[in-house]
Design a protein around this ligand. Structure first.
Ligand SMILES: N[C@@H](CCC(=O)N[C@@H](CS)C(=O)NCC(=O)O)C(=O)O
Length: 260
């Protein structure tokens, strides 16, 4: 499988997290959204993804665009691996609902091409651009916060003891919000604590060095312990399959723990 992605793209980030949780290996090809006038506009990539957006997953003859469709595809292709749709049918629907809130109603308003259009066509300042960005984050996060607070049994992850498609979408959106200096203090469930400090780790490129990854893992464990982050949750949250010593999965470790 080949994933066309960009390291800062939150839609790509969703897919990378999903693939890491499921423990699926794949080849990454970067489409740099800024270099060379935006590589998403190149004729080669436009053939693969006529929307000129990342991510795109290519698996044999299948060319799949749209992050949630990609995640649905890997979920259906590998149902035996850790699921991103845990729980009963109502819980799964709620997890999808939260994912769609982010993917359909928050993210598109703040996408690069929208921000560029506002800037180029309406000559808005950087300050106005940030105001726009922060407004849509706050509006969306407020709704998500209320939605999560209604849960009868609050769980470490949005809808259960393990990460679901909603966590997969929420993590990149919070990362983006932090990048744009959005105030997350009104949103304790999403923005609480130091947990998101570790999220950028999964943005890094793969390093196929198991021995090194073990040392990185041990080092993080040490840092987390020093900072008083409890070990609980990890064992609950990360299925054994994901805990194997691959670098990609270990990099997920702090992120997953921090969500608990
Ligand atoms: N709904 C799509 C959104 C994809 C999308 O908007 N990707 C952004 C990066 S996060 C992109 O490629 N932007 C390029 C641009 O705006 O020119 C999905 O979930 O995959």
């Amino acid at each position: 499988m080949i994933l066309y992605h960009y390291f800062r793209s939150s839609a790509s980030y969703r897919v990378r997290i999903a693939l890491a949780i499921k423990g699926i290996s794949y080849e990454k090809r970067e489409i740099h959204l800024l270099n060379n006038g935006g590589e998403q506009f190149s004729p080669e990539y436009s053939t693969i993804n006529p929307q000129q957006l990342v991510p795109t997953l290519v698996d044999g003859d299948a060319i799949i665009t749209q992050s949630l469709a990609i995640i649905g595809y890997v979920e259906e292709k590998y149902p035996q691996l850790p699921t991103l749709l845990p729980g009963d049918f109502a819980t799964r629907a709620m997890a999808r609902s939260l994912a769609l809130t982010i993917a359909c109603d928050i993210h598109p308003l703040n996408n690069l091409r929208v921000l560029n259009f506002l800037k180029n066509e309406f000559d808005i300042s950087d300050e106005q651009k940030n105001t726009w960005y922060q407004h849509w984050i706050a509006t969306g996060f407020q709704a998500i916060e209320s939605y999560l607070q209604q849960r009868k049994n609050p769980t470490p992850f949005c809808f259960g003891e393990t990460p679901s498609i909603s966590d997969v979408c929420l993590i990149p959106q919070v990362y983006n919000a932090k990048r744009y200096a959005c105030d997350l203090t009104p949103f304790p469930i999403q923005g609480r604590s130091r947990r998101y400090n570790f999220i950028p780790l999964v943005l890094e490129e793969d390093v196929a060095a198991t021995a090194l990854s073990r040392w990185v893992f041990v080092f993080f464990r040490y840092l987390l312990n020093k900072r008083g982050v409890p070990r609980t949750g990890v064992a609950i949250a990360i299925p054994n399959k994901v805990r194997k010593a691959s670098f990609a999965n270990l990099r997920l470790f702090p992120m997953v723990e921090e969500l608990t």
